[in-house]
Design a protein around this ligand. Structure first.
Ligand SMILES: [Fe+2]
Length: 311
């Protein structure tokens, strides 16, 4: 067990990121996902260096009901993990017994209350310590896929333009189609064959083209509940949690509290720490429940984390 400690001196931005927390009053043991979420918040709070932003990549709740959001809020009341908190919306957050609009309203109401923000849309951006954090979100019910819409895609391009080559961090619940082993890593059975399954869906190519037109872009997703997969799996099976494509870094997070499959490390409690320096970015998997950085899954170049020099 050790506190979150940056790899190097002079870290300019430090973020703790988890995904798919799935707070659920109908869980056989509702306190279990709440425990994992609370542990991650406390771990961030106890960091050796103050965490600038605590971020989730969607599915904070299993269904976006009042009851579930109140349980999530309870967890966030137990710790102050960072100066900023941002919750990406996930497909499960937008599902509820009262339909899409009610679930979206709950997401906005509770995430604004938890984060101290005033968003009126599921997509938004913030600049923290000079770095863009960009959050994508659905604009209508799209089942398991994303539906961002033309206005949001144009906005994404303009946000990345405005980053002007500085590292920019995009958070979207769904990964690009076909990355990270999709569609076969979409579920435990590994039998999915539709190339869109488990990814953004029809807008995937449009999002990929925007990301690839910019330098130093880091794209984070969750959604598939794939465990942490390292570079050996990339060699052997062709996919990993950390992938790179035309200079764009694609990072898929395991589920923090809902179980994982297909991974080299399928434990719950895993997320990542983002460390931004003047000339590089490090992204380091961490087991927030064990309060330990990943040491067993090699991510890139034989190291248990990703470290990329800026372009
Ligand atoms: Fe999920």
């Amino acid at each position: 067990m050790s506190k979150i400690t940056p790899l190097h001196r002079n870290v300019k931005l430090l973020c703790a990121v988890t995904s798919d927390n799935h707070i659920d009053c109908k869980h056989p043991i509702p306190a279990l996902p709440m425990w994992y979420l609370t542990q991650s918040l406390k771990d961030a709070q106890n960091s050796a260096h103050p965490v600038d932003a605590y971020i989730t990549v969607g599915d904070t709740t299993s269904r976006g009901s009042d009851k579930n959001w109140r349980l999530a809020q309870k967890c966030f009341q137990k710790a102050r993990p960072a100066k900023h908190i941002f919750l990406t919306v996930g497909n499960h957050d937008l599902w509820g017994d009262d339909g899409y609009d009610a679930a979206e309203a709950n997401y906005l109401r509770y995430s604004n209350a938890i984060c101290g923000t005033h968003h009126d849309k599921t997509w938004f951006s913030h600049t923290v310590n000079g770095y863009k954090l960009i959050f994508l979100g659905n604009t209508q019910d799209a089942g398991c896929e994303a539906h961002l819409g033309e206005e949001q895609l144009k906005w994404l391009a303009s946000e990345l333009d405005a980053a002007n080559g500085a590292p920019a961090f995009v958070f979207c619940h769904q990964s690009l189609n076909g990355r990270h082993g999709l569609p076969r890593t979409w579920d435990r059975s590994g039998t999915a064959t539709d190339p869109m399954e488990g990814g953004i869906g029809t807008e995937s190519d449009a999002v990929a083209a925007i990301l690839k037109a910019h330098k130093n872009v880091f794209y984070f997703s969750g959604h598939s509940h794939m465990g942490l997969c390292g570079e050996k799996r990339k060699q052997d099976e062709g996919y990993a949690s950390f992938e790179e494509e035309n200079g764009v870094n694609l990072i898929n997070l395991p589920s923090l509290a809902c179980g994982n499959h297909h991974g080299d490390d399928r434990a719950m409690g895993i997320g990542v720490v983002i460390e931004v320096y003047e000339d590089r970015v490090a992204i380091r998997p961490r087991n927030f429940a064990h309060r330990a950085m990943n040491r067993k899954v090699m991510i890139r170049d034989g190291k248990p984390y990703l470290e990329v020099p800026l372009q």
